[in-house]
Design a protein around this ligand. Structure first.
Ligand code: 3Y8
Ligand code: NAP
Length: 249
């Protein structure tokens, strides 16, 4: 009896949940519980960590999970690594639903750095007005560059002090659009965009707005993830599921 664990938290995960629900497939949608009021899903929900690899293995076994779809964000590297380790240990088929990274247009002069830690040093020392569109989990990286004014876009109000002396907070949950992001960048007189190369459509608007306004863009490359079967669309995932079914999984 098929029972799918869908690791969520992205636009693609929500699209996948809709496809699985419409196909009448038995599945559970998993959130980490990072936000107060996540978008509802057309599948049964579970919220919170599993308790590392061991906890996830227990969940796979006790939940009689037959397949795992990792549709987490490309920067949710720990979850993806844990999913690979637990599924390998349990012999549970795993597929990662991923979206391609953003690529610059010929006229773009994006600065690409290898990882999140390299982002602050990509900023010059001259005070700038930076749209720091990385959420709230890595803001401390920028404490070494207090001279800039940072515009922070958060899903929920911060629960701890922000380690940046000059900052403005805007609360919003994507997906975002070009008109809104253009207005935001102009309103705050932004000179630089700093972000993760998340890919996808939900957060691309800021890059298009930056291109239109001629602003500097600094992007962190994605972490390296374990090699697992991958899918670039919900259709690919459904084909993978039927192929696994043909194999008797
Ligand atoms: C909890 C679920 C959907 C999914 C929507 C996507 C699009 C909008 C763009 C900017 C960048 C950022 C952030 C972002 C985007 C989508 C997608 C995406 C970036 C929600 C969600 C959860 C989270 C967690 C949250 C992180 C934060 C990152 C904000 C829901 C809305 C910056 C990533 O407060 C916190 O602790 C937030 C933490 C991880 C990164 C960070 O380090 O702060 N996402 N985002 C998921 C869970 O609990 O499992 O609340 O509804 C989902 C979405 N966020 O179904 O429509 O697919 O990428 N999310 C980044 O790209 O850098 C915003 O502002 O331009
Ligand atoms: P992470 O650093 O890769 O994972 C840290 C721990 O959080 C995991 O080991 C796991 O805890 C728990 N976790 C993560 N995703 C989970 C999920 N979908 N279901 C259950 N537990 C989960 O994760 P993250 O970067 O904080 O991302 C958390 C969530 O936000 C994910 O759903 C991700 O898709 C979403 N998201 C992240 C970003 C981003 O920029 N990182 C952007 C958009 C959306 P245990 O070890 O206890 O199992």
């Amino acid at each position: 009896m098929t029972h799918i664990l869908l690791l969520g938290g992205t636009t693609e995960a929500s699209q996948m949940a809709r496809v699985l629900a419409d196909a009448g497939m038995r599945a559970v949608f998993s959130y980490a519980g990072r936000t107060h009021d996540p978008v509802s899903q057309p599948l049964p929900l579970r919220v919170g960590g599993f308790g590392g690899v061991a906890g996830l293995k227990d969940y796979l076994r006790t939940g009689a999970i037959t397949h795992v779809i990792d549709a987490t964000h490309p920067f949710a590297a720990q979850m993806s690594r844990n999913a690979h380790a637990a599924c390998t240990a349990c012999g549970t088929p795993l597929v990662r639903l991923e979206r391609p990274p953003w690529t610059p247009e010929p006229t773009d002069t994006w600065q690409i750095v290898p990882n999140m830690d390299a982002l602050p040093n990509a900023l010059s020392d001259t005070p700038a007005r930076v749209f720091l569109a990385i959420g709230k989990q890595n803001l401390d990286l920028f404490a070494c560059k207090p001279q800039h004014h940072y515009l922070l876009r958060l899903v929920d109000p911060p629960t701890v002090p922000i380690p940046l002396p000059h900052h403005t907070i805007t609360l919003a949950r994507g997906p975002f659009d070009v008109a809104g992001d253009t207005a935001l960048l102009q309103q705050h007189k932004i000179t630089h965009i700093v972000a993760k190369n998340a890919g996808g459509t939900g957060a691309a608007a800021k890059l298009i707005a930056a291109r239109n306004l001629g602003l500097a863009v600094i992007l962190a490359q994605r972490p390296v993830l374990p090699v697992v079967p991958t899918a670039n669309s919900t259709e690919d995932v459904m084909r993978w599921l039927s192929h696994e079914a043909d194999r008797g999984v």
